[in-house]
Structure formats: structure tokens, C-alpha cells
Design a protein around this ligand. Structure first.
Ligand SMILES: CSC[C@H]1O[C@H](OP(=O)(O)O)[C@H](O)[C@@H]1O
Ligand SMILES: Nc1ncnc2[nH]cnc12
Length: 290
């Protein structure tokens, strides 16, 4: 199987990357079922990357239906060590405006119907998640944004991404509650990816593309899909420029990441006591420690 160090997950509005050269579609099977779509493996800035459309190229998967485990396991199988996620988000703060870019450093989990771990079935592990985003990868991403000097686009380094279940958008009461918690942006997809990437010892960072003010802002219309996609089309070009510049920087210098050894002190079950089928299923994640 082709080995690729950098994975890109494209969210709403970012279903392909125009700058990818010499592309081939790679279908990856996993013990957790099929990923959202085939991976598009290609060359970006002289580096091989693997792109995955999170909701499928025709956006047919709800946030709740996303095969998060298959997606991250497939990334691991491809050899990915760094994931850049691009996502549409609503803003929960006045100063974070539609079309701005945020590189969040925290998450709040308000999802209800999702599996967020590879473990269980006879193996227990508790990864550290106090810093859910790799700070070193996030810095490369934010520095890339800054270096591009994109007109009329402010960059926000850090911020809390609240991950809700969806698919319906929030009520005003919920939106204001999340504001009172200090959350910066709201979306429906990144929390499970960040957790599973950490369990898979892959560094993860998000480029959040602000598309709306959710429903709390008295002077702005409530979020609609039309609003999200309209604004996303306007900054999908910026998103691709940022990803391209980030990959260029990564190809010069891959940062160290604590995520790469996240399982070192996380597994409680003696590995010789783990049932064979579980060990087999998770072999890709455990092989370093066997
Ligand atoms: C199309 S609006 C709601 C939808 O957009 C975001 O998706 P993604 O994170 O994949 O860009 C949000 O999380 C919802 O899934
Ligand atoms: N307001 C919002 N709430 C949840 N997910 C979103 N994605 C884009 N805007 C959103």
C-alpha cells in the first residue's frame, strides 16, 4: 500500500483539492468498515498527500453517520502521521466574523450518538486529551495562514470548537449557552476525529472556516445550509491555498508531536491478556507496543 505521511480531511464545500497532481483513487478497507469515500492520493507541493472528503464527494453522510473510526484507521493504514482537517463552522463570538479562519486548540463535546474510541472488547486505554490539538502542527497551519496575507480574512490562533450532534442547527438557547461557556466556534464533526487521531498516534489540527454567526446574533440571519455553502465557496480557494502552504512547510520540516507516542502510557490491559481478535483488529495501533 502507498505510504503517505500527510492526510487532509475536507469538510462541507471542500470535496476535492484542485492543486493535487498525479492523482489516483485509493480504496482502503478497515476492520471498522469503509471510510467515507476513496482517498485521493496525489502530489501537492512535491509531497504525496492523501485527501478524504469527510461526508463523501457527494456529501451523502450526516455528521452522525460519519465512519470516524474507519476514516482514521484508513489514514493510519496509509501511513499518515499528520492530519489537517478543514471544516465549516459557525461563530459564537462577535469578533470572529464569517470568512475568518480559526485554528482551534480546544474542544467541547456535545455529541450524543457516536463511538469515539478504538478501544473496548477486552482492551482498555485512556489517552491524554488535555491538549486535543497538536500545538506544533497547529502552529505550522496558523503560520501558513499568516504568511499568505489573505485580504479581508482575519486569523484567530486558538479557540474552542464546540462539537454538537446535529444534523439540525442549534436553538438560540443552546447557542447562547455555548457562548456563556466561552466556546468560540461550533461544528458537528471534529471532536471524534481529534480523539481517534490521538488514539492512532496521529497529530491532528483543524483549519476552521467561519461561515455564519449560528443563530445567536441579533443583527445576522440564522444559519442555513445556503449561507454556509455560499460563504464556503467564497473561501474554499483560501482554504486550498492554506493547505498547500501548510504542506509546503511540512515538507521542509515535519514537527515533533506528543501525539506520536500517545499510547505509551495509556494502555491499562496487559497486552498478553488482550483477546486475540481484538489484538488482531487493533494491530496497526498496537504493533509498536507488542
Ligand atoms: C453544511 S452546514 C453543517 C455541516 O458543515 C460542517 O461540516 P464539516 O465539519 O464537515 O465542514 C458541520 O460540522 C456540519 O457537518
Ligand atoms: N452554525 C453552525 N452550527 C453547526 N455546524 C456548522 N457548520 C457551519 N456552521 C455551523
Amino acid at each position: 500500500m502507498t505510504q503517505v505521511k500527510i492526510g487532509i480531511i475536507g469538510g462541507s464545500g471542500l470535496y476535492k483539492m484542485d492543486a493535487l497532481k498525479d492523482v489516483k483513487e485509493v480504496t482502503v478497507s478497515t476492520p471498522f468498515g469503509s471510510p467515507s469515500d476513496a482517498f485521493i492520493v496525489g502530489n501537492l507541493e512535491g509531497t504525496t498527500v492523501a485527501f478524504l472528503a469527510r461526508h463523501g464527494r457527494n456529501h451523502h453522510l450526516l455528521p452522525t453517520e460519519l465512519p470516524f473510526r474507519a476514516n482514521i484507521y484508513a489514514m493510519k493504514k496509509l501511513g499518515v502521521e499528520y492530519i489537517i482537517s478543514a471544516s465549516a463552522v459557525g461563530s459564537l463570538k462577535e469578533e470572529v466574523k464569517p470568512l475568518d479562519l480559526v485554528v482551534p486548540d480546544q474542544f467541547i463535546d456535545r455529541t450524543k450518538n457516536r463511538v469515539s474510541t478504538f478501544f473496548g472488547d477486552g482492551i482498555v486505554a485512556h489517552i491524554a486529551f488535555g491538549d486535543p490539538v497538536c500545538p506544533n502542527l497547529a502552529k505550522v497551519l496558523a503560520d501558513a495562514v499568516e504568511s499568505l496575507n489573505l485580504p479581508d480574512v482575519a486569523l484567530h490562533r486558538g479557540g474552542t470548537y464546540l462539537c454538537m450532534e446535529g444534523p439540525a442547527f442549534s436553538t438560540k438557547a443552546e447557542s447562547n449557552l455555548y457562548r456563556s461557556w466561552g466556546a468560540t466556534i461550533i461544528g458537528m464533526t471534529n471532536l471524534q476525529e481529534a480523539k481517534l487521531a490521538r488514539e492512532a498516534e496521529i497529530a491532528y489540527a483543524t483549519l476552521a472556516l467561519v461561515t455564519d454567526y449560528d443563530c445567536w446574533h441579533p443583527d445576522h440571519d440564522h444559519v442555513t445550509v445556503e449561507m454556509v455553502i455560499g460563504n464556503l465557496h467564497r473561501n474554499a480557494i483560501n482554504a486550498q491555498k492554506v493547505i498547500q502552504e501548510t504542506v509546503r512547510r511540512l515538507s521542509e520540516n515535519l514537527p515533533t508531536s506528543a501525539a506520536h507516542s500517545a499510547l505509551k502510557y495509556a494502555i491499562l490491559t496487559p497486552l498478553d491478556k488482550v483477546p486475540a481478535p481484538t489484538k488482531e483488529k487493533l494491530s496497526l495501533l498496537l504493533q509498536k507496543y507488542l
